[in-house]
Design a protein around this ligand. Structure first.
Ligand code: R5P
Length: 329
C-alpha cells in the first residue's frame, strides 16, 4: 500500500481504536500532544510535519461529549493551520445526533450545529459509523462516507448459530436496521412497539411478530442508559421468547446502563469498540462482548486515501436507522 502521504492522529476519545486502525494500515499512529491547560482549555500540538499530507483524525464524540467534540475541532484546526492537504474526521460515534429536527418550538438542531462546526473548523470529509439517522449525511456540504457495523455484528451472530432466531427492533425507527439483520441472518422479524396507554400510566409493549419459543436478537444503533433495550427484552420474555440477545453499534453505556443491563433478562450484549468501555461497563463481564470495527474503518481510510470506492464496504445500505419509521430509504 502506498500510504506514505497520509497520517492518522488520535485525540483522547478512543486512542486504542486509532492504534488498531493504524495496525491494520501498517502505519504508525501520528505523534501529537492532546492535553489541557491548567484552566481546562484544550492544548494540542502536532509533533510531526503534516504539510501536504492526507490527514485522518480519529475521534468519537462520546462522553465526555463536549470535551471530545472540542478536542476534535481543535485538532482539525491544528492540522489545517499546519498545511495538511486534506483533513478527514473519522468519527466512529457521532454525538449530538439525536436532535436532527425541530419536533417542537424553541429547540436546537444540534446535529446540524455540530456538522457546521466541523466544516467551519476545516474538515474536508467525514468518515462516520452508524449515524443515529442516515439523513445526517445531508447536514454536511462535504463528502461523508457512512459505514455500518452491521457486517461485523452480523458475522458474529452467524457464527454463533443461534437456532430459531428472530431479529427484533425495540422501536419503529429501527425497522430498517432489523430488516437488514433478519435478511443477513436468515431469521424472522419482530417489532416491539412501545406505547403509552395514558399520560399517567406506565408504558407497555406490544410485539408485532411471533417470538414464542424463539431466540430473539434485539438490534439498535446505540445503548445509552439501557432502558430501551432492557424493557424491550422484558416484553419479549413475557411474550414467550426463549432467550434474548442484544446487538448495538455504540456502547454509550452511561449510568445506569451497566446495572440496567445486569438486571435485564438479556443473555448477551454485543457491541463494537466505536466507544471505549467504562470500568463499570466492564463489570458486565462475559455478558458483554465487544467486537472491533478497526478493520472496517481502516479499510475505508485506505480506500479514501487511495481514491478507491468506499461504497464497496457498504455491504447493506439498509443497516441504518430510519427515523421516520416508514421503512423507506
Ligand atoms: C433511539 O432512538 C436510539 O436508537 C436508542 O434506542 C436509544 O438512544 C437508546 O437509549 P437508552 O439506552 O437510553 O434507552
Amino acid at each position: 500500500m502506498a500510504l506514505d502521504r497520509m497520517k492518522l492522529f488520535a485525540c483522547n476519545g478512543n486512542p486504542e481504536l486509532a492504534r488498531k486502525v493504524c495496525r491494520y494500515l501498517g502505519i504508525a499512529l501520528g505523534d501529537a500532544y492532546v492535553g489541557r491547560f491548567p484552566d481546562g482549555e484544550i492544548d494540542i500540538k502536532i509533533n510531526e510535519d503534516v504539510r501536504g499530507q492526507d490527514v485522518f483524525i480519529v475521534q468519537p464524540t462520546c462522553p465526555p461529549v463536549n470535551e471530545n467534540l472540542m478536542e476534535l475541532l481543535v485538532m482539525v484546526d491544528a492540522a489545517v493551520r499546519s498545511s495538511a492537504q486534506r483533513v478527514t474526521a473519522v468519527i466512529p460515534y457521532f454525538g449530538y445526533a439525536r436532535k436532527d429536527r425541530k419536533e417542537e418550538g424553541r429547540v436546537p438542531i444540534t446535529a446540524k450545529l455540530v456538522a457546521n462546526l466541523l466544516v467551519k473548523a476545516g474538515v474536508d470529509r467525514v468518515l462516520a459509523l452508524d449515524l443515529h439517522a442516515t439523513q445526517l449525511q445531508g447536514f454536511f456540504d462535504i463528502p461523508v462516507d457512512h459505514l455500518f457495523s452491521y457486517p461485523v455484528l452480523c458475522k458474529y451472530f452467524k457464527n454463533l448459530k443461534v437456532p430459531d432466531l428472530v431479529v427484533a427492533t425495540p422501536d419503529v425507527g429501527g425497522i430498517r436496521m432489523a430488516r437488514a439483520f433478519s435478511r443477513g441472518l436468515g431469521a424472522g422479524l419482530a417489532i416491539v412497539d412501545k406505547r403509552r396507554i395514558a399520560p399517567d400510566q406506565a408504558e407497555i409493549g406490544f410485539v408485532i411478530g411471533e417470538v414464542k419459543g424463539c431466540n430473539v436478537l434485539l438490534v439498535d444503533d446505540m445503548i445509552t442508559t439501557g432502558g430501551s433495550i432492557a424493557s424491550a427484552a422484558r416484553v419479549l420474555m413475557q411474550k414467550g421468547a426463549r432467550n434474548v440477545y442484544a446487538a448495538a453499534a455504540h456502547a454509550v453505556l452511561c449510568d445506569p446502563a451497566p446495572t440496567v443491563l445486569a438486571d435485564s433478562p438479556i443473555k448477551q450484549v454485543v457491541v463494537t469498540d466505536s466507544i471505549p468501555l467504562s470500568d463499570k461497563a466492564r463489570s458486565l463481564g462475559d455478558r458483554l462482548n465487544v467486537l472491533t470495527v478497526s478493520e472496517l474503518l481502516g479499510e475505508a481510510v485506505r480506500r479514501i486515501h487511495m481514491n478507491l470506492s468506499v461504497s464497496a464496504l457498504f455491504t447493506d445500505q439498509e443497516g441504518g436507522r430510519d427515523e421516520d419509521g416508514d421503512g423507506e430509504s
